[in-house]
Design a protein around this ligand. Sequence first.
Ligand SMILES: C[S@@+](CC[C@H](N)C(=O)[O-])C[C@H]1O[C@@H](n2cnc3c(N)ncnc32)[C@H](O)[C@@H]1O
Length: 338
Amino acid sequence: MLDNPSQLLLRHEVVTPATLLVNAQDSLSRQQSCRAHFYYANLYHHFAADNDSFAAELDPQLFQTSVDQAVLYVPKEKSLCRMLFDNLAAMMPEDATLYLVGPNKGGIKSIVKQLPASFSPAQKVASGNHCLLYVCQRNATQVAPFKLDDYQTTYQLPGEPATTVFNLPGVFSEQRLDAGTALLLEYIGAQPKIHGRVLDFACGSGAISAFVRAHCSIDAIVASDVSAFALATTEQTLHTQQLDSPFEVLASDGLDAVTGRFDWIITNPPFHSGQRTDYEIAGKFISEVAKKLKPGGRLLIVANSFLGYNALLRERFREVSEPLNNGRYKILQAHKPC
Ligand SMILES: C[S@@+](CC[C@H](N)C(=O)[O-])C[C@H]1O[C@@H](n2cnc3c(N)ncnc32)[C@H](O)[C@@H]1O
């Protein structure tokens, strides 16, 4: 079943085999035999991995070939959308066509007013399926070659050694360390007993992995996330540290691609779907995580104080504690018996 934006595209016969779908959201590209660019591993693996002829990529940067027609599924993060416009402008020749599609309430109306000078003003083509479809053309403006690094921002982690976290548009807590993650790092820094093989689940830009590598004596760390942008930033964050402990950056929807067992699993898990509080991802993670811990292994979570993870953890672990709660955020720890 195709999502609403794709159904609208189909109805108006917009997609041809020459079209590139950017920020693809479903299997339309497979149906239409066109290229697609995914940014989320769950969608990519679901729709692409089992089909060799499927011209799709999971990458924070677009295909490096010229594109005469593209469709951008407008992301809700405006900074990410602006970066994708720049990426598209660098790949599209003059007069190439860019369609923009997205849910009525997903920010598309304000995004079309913010198109860069490299595109003509967008015209509405159609509405339906609770979505809007616009079109614009690449105009004659010269643009610089697209470099992902130009969109990077950085912030420093607290404490010594100095540790830089790299970030990109659309990645969690783009400009600064999240207050919940900061509490978790404070807790880890005060008792650096984390050791062995460590998993940083839903790693974002790698702040937790980088701190653990810098402050704890570990053998190796695996940093996993569903977002290609998050993984690119984590790679850069950990690579720049120039520390000896090995790291692996892994595209995974939940724990699906995570193999082996860990002495410690540490996370600030996702709990939002758009504006809604959504326990689905964290709930699934909590229900599966014990299998990924070695006997005696420990799970460390930071969460907003109001989130009901304590009860979910108690369903899976006999030993659960809440060593820290500052009113806004809490640290939860669970222990797998030896
Ligand atoms: C609250 S952020 C934490 C980021 C980072 N650990 C930090 O503390 O700064 C949650 C992360 O979960 C990721 N995420 C969302 N859904 C996911 C899923 N199904 N599987 C894995 N990661 C997911 C998001 O991409 C985001 O980077």
